[in-house]
Design a protein around this ligand. Structure first.
Ligand SMILES: Nc1nc2c(ncn2[C@@H]2O[C@H](COP(=O)(O)OP(=O)(O)O)[C@@H](O)[C@H]2O)c(=O)[nH]1
Ligand SMILES: [Mg+2]
Length: 257
């Protein structure tokens, strides 16, 4: 078998499980920190339930992903996860799933690790979404997840800080209602409504255009140019308003091309 024959033969194996995301499908990538329970509690001892250093590293990771070269129009982060929404015309690598999964996981892992100063690993899954309604539901789902997690972890860590062990604290919260959890926090001096919005709703990152004045040495005049910058939003809207907000991010980026 000559090289060309061997090459043709082996390519079939290499490509046998290649998948692409079909045209007209919206694409979201969800990245999740791998073994971050161990990283945040044993290796680094971040403040629980929420640590602003951890939050800032997650935001920096979202920015690194959005600046890497793919057309990401909206990034969202809560806990150790990130959801990226792509421009509908994103077409890098012919929309091959393995390329996005591996490169995005690599970018996130490298960025977070460099900021942290030690190894941190992310996984990535591409999620094809059939229409705008499902894109809205996707982001509402993740925001609802942030909300539930934050209520649970505020309760859990309040109990732990009072001296309850893992089993006791877990048992006390098992099967309890949202009202009950709000109430025990309140009785212990924490008004859940007053906690920072980013802990309850997550954080959005998106492109913002602004005018920048500068001197043009060729024309010898002051000129204004439009610049694109990533904006970090720690006060996201909720429910229906959030759904509309996500669609606006998509529409704004489509206006810009
Ligand atoms: N201490 C601390 N832990 C956090 C923070 N944000 C997320 N985590 C933890 O990150 C983990 C994320 O959950 P999950 O992905 O299910 O766990 P994993 O499989 O171990 O990565 C949970 O254990 C969270 O408590 C934070 O700000 N501080
Ligand atoms: Mg994780």
């Amino acid at each position: 078998m000559n090289f060309d024959e061997l090459d043709a033969k082996m390519r079939v194996y290499e490509q046998s499980i290649d998948q692409v995301i079909l045209p007209d499908m919206y694409m979201v990538a969800r990245l999740d920190g791998n073994r971050f329970t161990r990283l945040t509690k044993e290796i680094c001892k971040f403040e629980a339930p929420f640590d602003i250093r951890f939050r800032d590293m997650m935001v920096e990771t979202v920015k690194a992903l959005m600046n890497y070269g793919f057309r990401v129009v909206y990034g969202y982060t809560e806990s150790d996860e990130i959801s990226l929404l792509f421009h509908p015309e994103e077409n890098t690598f012919g929309r091959k799933v393995r390329k996005y999964n591996s490169i995005l996981a690599g970018v996130a892992s490298a960025s977070f690790s460099m900021n942290l100063g030690q190894q941190a690993i992310f996984d990535c899954r591409m999620v094809p979404l059939t229409n705008l309604r499902v894109v809205q539901d996707y982001y509402r789902w993740r925001q609802e997840d942030a909300h539930r997690n934050s209520l649970n972890s505020h309760c859990y860590w309040m109990l732990r800080k009072q001296g309850k062990n893992v089993t006791e604290a877990t048992k006390m919260l098992e099967g309890q209602s949202v009202a009950y959890k709000n109430e025990i926090l309140f009785q212990n001096g924490i008004n859940y409504d007053d906690l920072p919005s980013w802990q309850k709703r997550g954080i959005g990152v998106y492109w913002d255009t602004f005018e920048k004045k500068g001197f043009n040495p060729v024309t010898g005049k002051e000129e204004t140019a439009l610049r694109r910058m990533l904006k970090v939003d720690e006060e996201l809207p909720l429910r229906d308003e959030y759904s509309e907000f996500v669609v606006e991010r998509l529409e704004n980026s489509m206006k810009e091309g």
